[in-house]
Design a protein around this ligand. Structure first.
Ligand code: ADP
Length: 243
């Protein structure tokens, strides 16, 4: 990532996997896949496979974390050892701690935490297979799992990345694009308000390219938002509450 790479990633207007610059990988979401969690979701995004589970609102442990004004939301992003080419060392690392922190902060913007003082809502996301874009896949699945748990939310949170490869702004970078591309900008939004609740950037973009990337990432997010709602409708039937 970053700099100018000589690796050809676009040929005749198509990317290596055949996608157009503004095309998402295939995304598939299923809500309510685990019996023992209060809410859950399974999501495939290209070759990424993630499982999200939600518990709560429940008793706060350890007790000193308890907040009398709102629920405490925790988020654990974890990559399975078998999720990447070289076996990943099990357990948290700097990257997973950072992703967990910013993802919790994104969800805190939509979950009605103030309705559940002195409780804890725990979100766990396991990345079973990783192929670039896992933080977006994880957060998108977590949001569906929270809704599946019946936890009141202002809206879902949906995440998607855009970036730059071979001097072209593209949507939703795949693995080789992430490795040899010039920039990657994952974002998460609250679809109804357009509020951006997560944004990171790896690599360099001009101001114009940044605007294009942001525009693409928002459009991609809105497509994934439809799939989140479809997953919840398939599970619960009827129309998902549109505020
Ligand atoms: P994201 O998955 O959100 O795009 P990164 O940009 O940090 O996050 O990682 C891009 C990809 O690099 C991951 O999806 C995964 O395929 C791979 N990767 C990340 N961390 C590791 C690791 N510790 N070992 C092997 N591959 C990794």
């Amino acid at each position: 990532m970053g700099g100018v790479s000589n690796v050809p990633l676009i040929k005749d207007g198509k990317r290596l996997d055949g996608r157009k610059p503004d095309e998402l990988r295939d995304v598939r979401i299923e809500a309510g896949v685990l019996e023992r969690a209060d809410g859950s979701a399974y999501l495939e995004w290209g070759s990424n496979k993630v499982l999200a589970a939600v518990y709560g609102p429940q008793e706060v442990l350890p007790k000193h974390l308890s907040d009398p004004t709102k629920a405490v939301l925790t988020y654990r992003y974890n990559m399975a050892p078998f999720s990447v080419d070289d076996r990943k060392r099990p357990g948290p690392d700097r990257r997973s701690v950072e992703i967990s922190k910013i993802s919790a902060e994104a969800l805190e913007k939509v979950v009605l935490l103030e309705q559940f003082p002195n409780t804890m809502i725990k979100v766990f996301v396991e990345v079973l297979q990783a192929e670039a874009g896992t933080r977006c896949a994880a957060l998108t699945a977590a949001s569906v799992a929270l809704a599946d748990a019946g936890i009141p939310m202002r809206d879902l949170v949906v995440a998607c990345a855009a970036g730059k490869i071979n001097d072209t702004v593209v949507l939703d970078l795949g693995k080789s694009e992430d490795n040899f591309g010039q920039a990657d900008v994952p974002i998460a939004i609250v679809p109804h308000t357009g509020e951006i609740v997560l944004m990171q950037m790896d690599g360099d973009l001009t101001r114009d390219e940044y605007t294009q990337a942001l525009d693409l990432a928002v459009k991609g997010s809105m497509q994934v938002y439809e799939l989140q709602k479809d997953a919840l409708k398939r599970r619960y039937g009827g129309v998902v509450d549109e505020q």
